[in-house]
Design a binder for this molecule. Sequence first.
Ligand code: SME
Length: 178
Amino acid sequence: MMEHISEHQSGELQEQGSSKAEQYQLLAEQLGSVFENESDFIANMANFSALIYHSLADLNWAGFYILRGDALILGPFQGQPACVRIPLGKGVCGTSAQRWETIRVDDVHQFPGHIACDSASQSEIVIPIIKEERLVGVLDLDSPILKRFDADDAAGLEALISIFMSLTIIPQQSTNAL
Ligand code: SME
């Protein structure tokens, strides 16, 4: 059965002083339940987005961009409608996809070429999704507060993406060699 963490419960976890590492460990266990018996790429990206959007504090957008040719195309997400197509190398997402690196931005207004999909966004983190030496896409999280994402968030989200990759079948056309 899928477990659900409400924003209230998530807030309670923080009030009780659980560390970020503990919160991400709990999310990792919940992700395993959410993906139970399901390996579909679209369904798992959709539930991944919903789980983190409703569990992590201070987010205004959470979702996926998938590589198609030379551009990232909007995938399943939670939040306001967003830019549909981001060329490789453009914005935070395109830069992460080009470098194959997690990128944390404390203040998006200071990031050259940042693409503003939601004017509420102040800080951002993008994690590349790589399978067998091929880029699949990126996970993108936006926050309405500055400096929302630290190294613990990067490590926790990278671990969640590893679980996603291990339990999800990635269609061949969703990977591009670089
Ligand atoms: N800010 C991103 C664009 C995607 S939205 O934040 C959902 C970027 O600069 O790549």
